[in-house]
Design a binder for this molecule. Structure first.
Ligand code: ADP
Ligand code: MG
Length: 838
């Protein structure tokens, strides 16, 4: 029966030779094909109907008739083609396909031409044979640009370069039919009514009411009234972040104090605050504001404050009872960032002695019980989700290059799938930029021949005007593809996504407590993360998730849950902060999941080595001043030691440049040589990357912050502006800790190098006789990053100090400068012995 078959389809593909199982598998495959095909055709039909060319019984013009006829043919072709393409080795329907083709006396390439035609329906005139042939060549050329792993017979596929997927799971969410109908109605009405400027306010108000959380507003407010600590669980996009603080404000909590809401990421804090200020129709930075490191966009009138979890942690230093807040919402708790975990411990304590404060812990659908247990069995408030089924497809074989596979899958989806936006998960900015470039290149030649593909990158350091682009509705006929990091997993909700492409990796900070070296490593995501990513495809209607890894890899290579950051990261900064808050007994601090004792011990040792703690583990005067700076203890140490070498101004400039992100230099492909020359100009005079950065900033300042200067010198104006802002912040902080802004300018390179080294003396490497660098303390092989100004030196310096290690293909030292070994004895006599430095 149909039900049985459907049930088999749900169970997915079973890998075994057993004949009964093979039969079931065939049946399930068939059920899947039928379902898939039906969906494809429904969608195509809907598209045709929408264009008003297939209205039965109505008078059609000759032109419309021709168009309608063509569309019908296309539907038939699409049916055949989809069936053909959806075959896999497990089950194939060649006979049915070939029969159909024979009956129609039509070749596969003709069928493909028809499909191509269907994509250009907007054009009034059907194409001539010559034009179609041209297009086919273009498709081929595009496909050939990159040597495909799948060198299949070109007559079989529209796109030659192509990734094969198998289905083996379904992310099912029981959605109640009424809700679904409502939803579809809403979606239809909102898309058919373009929001005129005057209507914008009402439209926003309407949109707010359509969010799943709206139906639970009263219950939520009652739950908050009844409980001091409330755990709120709800799907991404249900409205937790944007709506709950507004509801609390609407009923007057904001009269008792500000309503705070933490986010693990700066981009989320900014974007959500912008959204909420729009919904409340107020100026961003007044009633609604945000506070992130190096940027405070709030005022004394701010009643709804979005901030990063790190910023709230800093606020504890000035206000340990959070006295100015009536409500604090720790959002995205499931992310379990280091700062969120530390906040849990502090907030739990605040709740004990401040009866009037309300605490909300909100999370995507994970770990609810763990949160409740930790907060003394706090009540759990569930916002029922409203998500749709998501079909999950895995690659048949492992993909050697997920970036390439992702790009191919985007194009494949764009060409073959019905309307609906695409969201791709990458690990970071470099990958996103690469994918962006390849996609532009590969769609460029096609011009109007394929539907418009709007490419929107999103990562933390993207300027906010460009971030806003991802939220703009996709114009009809076009398709949006969002290239994001795990920021799009739960922190930002992008409407209209129907296809998710998951590369299966993310960048994760890992820390080796023995070597004291922290690196950002590309790591496989967890199964829980994979589920969150897939879920993004099913927010407005049923969707598809393409996983660029095999079902086997999912089962056997992915951890069930992500390890909380606190268990794998450098705690130095946080320990310094806790010490400044007067929390001495860290081993007994109430962590939800305590960090390994070894991590705490290393952090204490490092702080001791930096001089922030004395040998009894108490905060020193230096340590107290270091804690004032919102940066790593190493950097704040460098700044403070700058005083001794008379170069505070230079250390804060370097610190600002290092904090502004990695993209200081601009290196366009077609002018790479010029760009490299420009960069090397800054390296003249020595001192490696740090001094080069200092010269960039100094010259830019001398040019009166000119954008033209940036352009001529292949420097990113945007990064420079950010560096200037950060530097201003450091300036203010120096005033606060009464640190004089001494300066040596560019004349005393050594003084500046020594000051920086005084913070980073852990990170040293020595050139071994093998010609490779080894870290001084642990003899770990490391490499100078190719972007360093020292990367192409003929004679490499024997000793280096580096800013950080980044593991990509190798363990790279990012930002290096040469040092003299004697400096280490001068700077850190307790850490280095003479015999190590020969
Ligand atoms: P949750 O926190 O439960 O994941 P949110 O409150 O973030 O949900 O999102 C609710 C709705 O607000 C979503 O439909 C989302 O698209 C919309 N939204 C959030 N931020 C923005 C923004 N910056 N621009 C446009 N829409 C936004
Ligand atoms: Mg949220």
């Amino acid at each position: 029966s149909r039900e049985q078959v459907a049930e088999l389809a749900q169970r997915g593909v079973v890998e075994t030779e057993d004949s009964e199982v093979a039969r079931m598998r065939k049946l399930s495959r068939q059920a899947y094909l039928n379902k898939w095909e039906a969906k494809q055709l429904d969608l195509l039909q809907a598209e045709v109907d929408e264009e008003g060319v297939l209205f039965e019984g109505e008078e059609l013009t000759a032109e419309e008739k021709r168009h309608a006829e063509l569309s019908k043919q296309v539907i038939a072709m699409a049916r055949d083609r989809e069936r053909f393409e959806a075959r896999d080795d497990g089950y194939r329907i060649p006979d049915a396909y070939e029969d159909a083709m024979a009956a129609k006396k039509i070749s596969i390439s003709q069928a493909r031409d028809e499909v191509l035609r269907s994509r250009y329906r907007e054009e009034a005139e059907p194409k001539t044979e010559q034009e179609i042939w041209d297009e086919r060549q273009t498709f081929r050329a595009v496909g050939k640009k990159k040597k495909s792993r799948y060198d299949v017979d070109s007559s079989e596929y529209v796109f030659e370069d192509h990734v094969e997927f198998v289905k083996s799971a379904m992310l099912s969410k029981g959605v109640d039919d009424d809700v679904r109908r409502d939803d579809e109605k809403n979606a239809a009405s909102s898309s058919s009514k373009p929001a005129a400027a005057v209507e914008a306010k009402e439209v926003l108000a309407e949109t707010r009411k359509r969010l799943p959380v709206f139906a639970y507003r009263t219950e939520f407010l009652e739950a908050v009234a009844d409980n001091q600590v409330l755990v709120v669980i709800g799907e991404t996009g249900s409205g937790k972040t944007t709506q709950l603080p507004q509801y609390l404000h609407e009923v007057g909590y904001s009269k008792l104090g500000a309503i705070g809401c933490t986010q693990p990421r700066r981009v989320a804090a900014m974007s959500v605050a912008a959204r909420v200020s729009k919904e409340m129709d107020v100026v961003l930075g007044r009633e609604v504001g945000y506070s992130i490191r190096f940027e405070d966009c709030t005022s004394k009138d701010t009643i709804l404050k979005y901030m990063t979890d790190g910023m709230l942690l800093r606020e504890f230093l000035g206000e340990p009872d959070l006295g100015s807040y009536s409500v604090m919402m720790i959002d995205e708790a499931h992310e379990r960032t280091l700062h969120t975990d530390v906040l849990f411990g502090l907030i739990k304590d605040v709740a004990r002695f401040r009866e009037d404060i309300k605490i909300i812990i909100s999370s995507a659908t994970m770990n609810a019980d763990a949160f409740s247990t930790y907060f003394d069995d706090a009540a759990i408030f569930n916002i029922p989700g409203r998500t749709y089924d998501v079909e999950i497809l895995y690659t048949k074989a492992p993909e050697a290059d997920y970036l390439d596979a992702a790009v191919v899958t985007v194009l494949q989806t764009h060409i073959t799938q019905p309307p609906g936006d695409i969201l791709v998960f990458f690990t970071g900015q470099e990958e996103i930029e690469a994918a962006d470039e390849i996609l532009h290149e590969r769609t460029k030649g096609l011009g109007s021949r394929i539907k418009e593909l709007i490419i929107c990158p999103i990562y933390a350091s993207l300027p906010s005007e460009m971030q806003a682009k991802i939220f703009e509705p996709t114009p009809p006929g076009a398709r949006k593809v969002v290239l994001g990091t795990n920021i799009a997993e739960t922190s930002l909700t992008i409407d209209g996504i129907c296809f998710v492409i998951d590369a299966g990796f993310c960048k994760q900070k890992t820390y080796n407590p023995r070597s004291g070296v922290e690196s950002l490593i590309v790591t496989p995501i967890s199964q829980a993360q994979a589920a969150q990513r897939a879920g993004r495809a099913g927010r407005t209607r049923p969707g598809t998730c393409f996983r660029l890894y095999t079902a086997w890899a999912y089962q056997h290579e992915l951890e069930e849950n992500t390890v909380p950051e606190i268990q794998r990261t450098n705690m130095t900064s946080v320990v310094l902060m806790l010490k400044s808050l007067g929390i001495h007994d860290l081993l007994h601090f109430d962590f939800m999941d305590p960090p390994p004792a070894e991590m705490l011990v290393r952090a204490l040792e490092q702080l001791y080595a930096l001089g922030a703690l004395n040998d009894r583990g108490e905060l020193t005067k230096l340590g107290r001043r270091m804690a004032e700076f919102p940066c790593d203890p190493q950097l704040s140490k460098s700044i403070l030691v700058g005083d001794k070498y008379g170069c505070v101004a230079e250390t804060i400039t370097i610190g600002a440049m290092l904090s502004a992100g990695n993209a200081v230099f601009h290196r366009p492909k077609d002018r790479a040589v010029h760009a490299d020359n420009a960069r090397m100009n800054f390296a003249r005079g020595g001192g490696g990357d740090h001094l080069a950065l200092l010269r960039v900033f100094t010259e830019w300042t001398d040019s009166d912050y000119s954008t033209q200067w940036c352009y001529e010198n292949y420097v990113q104006a945007r990064s420079m502006m950010r560096a200037r802002d950060i530097r201003d912040q450091f300036n203010l902080l120096c005033e606060r800790v009464e640190l004089e802004l001494s300066t040596v300018g560019l004349s005393d390179v050594q003084a500046v190098q020594k000051a920086v080294c005084a913070g980073y003396f852990y990170n040293t490497a020595k050139l071994a006789s093998s010609g490779e660098y080894k870290t001084v303390k642990h003899h770990h092989t490391v490499f100078v990053h190719p972007s360093s100004v020292l990367a192409n030196e003929d004679v490499m310096p024997r000793w280096l100090c580096f800013h950080e290690l980044a593991f990509t293909t190798k363990e790279y030292m990012r930002h290096v400068f040469p040092i003299e070994p004697q400096w280490l004895i001068e700077i850190a006599p307790h850490y280095y012995q003479q015999k190590e430095l020969v």
